[in-house]
Design a protein around this ligand. Structure first.
Ligand SMILES: [Zn+2]
Ligand SMILES: [Zn+2]
Length: 138
């Protein structure tokens, strides 16, 4: 059975997803930048029904209507993005124990890309959510 685990920097909050990733990408939106403290967030979406917390419990920040971001209240690691009503959950790829297994396949919210931040790839680039709709990251 396909399953992946991940967690925060301090290790107090841990999670598990029991499915293959549906889609992966980079999000350049300002909220991800401010939330993560990084120029871009790499994300991987999974079926929400296969996601579970296995240790600790995350804090939740509602960043915009219908959107919540979950993080470790102790160390601050950004872990999960949820859109109300979506059947998917978006995991911060770097929180997974094996981030190398989830190479990003697209760029979204490229209108907010920081000018000095460039990636050397030929991946598709989308304004806003692109073809994913809000089931993906934001
Ligand atoms: Zn932590
Ligand atoms: Zn974003």
């Amino acid at each position: 059975m396909t399953a992946y685990e991940g967690g925060c920097l301090c290790g107090k909050v841990r999670f598990r997803v029991a499915a293959a990733a549906i889609e992966t990408g980079y999000c350049h939106c300002r909220m991800c930048q401010r939330n993560s403290g990084a120029p871009v967030v790499a994300w991987a979406t999974f079926p929400a029904a296969t996601f579970s917390w296995t240790a600790g419990s995350p804090a939740t920040y509602v960043s915009s209507p219908k959107v919540s971001r979950q993080f470790c209240a102790d160390c601050g690691s950004y872990l999960v993005f949820r859109h109300e009503g979506s059947t998917e959950v978006s995991v911060n790829t770097t929180a997974l124990d094996d981030p190398g297994s989830f190479p990003p396949r697209m760029h979204i919210f490229v209108e907010s890309r920081i000018p000095w931040f460039r990636t050397d790839d030929k991946l598709p680039q989308y304004v806003g959510y692109g073809p994913l709709g809000p089931g993906g990251n934001a």
